[in-house]
Design a protein around this ligand. Structure first.
Ligand SMILES: [Zn+2]
Length: 171
């Protein structure tokens, strides 16, 4: 069962070594080496992962905007300019492929992507699909404060099915 799950995510344990050798400048960046990091825990746990490859992980964000995604690096990477070329390529190109998959599912009108590298040990995109019906339409997304109560704008079952199906097609 566990094996099946790993295959579904398209990422196998055996890739870890190759990943470390090829794409990390320092072995301490490896997600297996940070037991107290909440992102590394998510990577290890897998249950919330929507898509993954040797470079990036995709999970839902707080969903204050429908379809809000967080796309983060698998390894501890804090500087976009220092990424391995292949990771950089995936961080941009595969992120756009993930957005296309999301668009197939929820047909958003515009796409906002936010990149900030202030403190997290995994640099990431916040992906905010934008709809003409948004209260904050036409402006940068209004993000509720960290402690604000947010009623998550969940995708429907049908939309999730399409999204997951499209994610599986990403090569
Ligand atoms: Zn981590």
């Amino acid at each position: 069962m566990a094996k099946k799950k790993t295959v579904e995510h398209g990422y196998h344990k055996k890739h870890h070594k190759a990943f470390e050798k090829k794409f990390l400048k320092h072995s301490h960046q490896h997600p297996d080496k940070h037991k107290d990091c909440k992102f590394c825990q998510k990577i290890k746990d897998k249950s919330t992962i929507l898509f993954e490859n040797p470079h990036i992980i995709v999970v839902f964000g707080r969903l204050h905007h429908k379809g809000h995604l967080v796309i983060l690096t698998r390894a501890h990477e804090e500087h976009l300019m220092m990424l391995h070329e292949k990771t950089l390529d995936s961080f941009f190109t595969d992120s756009i492929k993930v957005c296309r998959a999301l668009h197939k599912a929820i047909k958003f009108d515009r796409l906002n992507m936010e990149y900030l590298d202030n403190w997290d040990p995994h640099i990431h995109w916040n992906i905010y699909p934008r709809f003409k019906t948004d209260k904050d339409w036409g402006n940068p997304p209004v993000i509720p404060g960290k402690n604000a109560k947010v009623k998550p704008k969940e995708m429907t079952e049908k939309e999730m099915k399409i999204f997951l199906r499209e994610l599986k097609k990403i090569k």
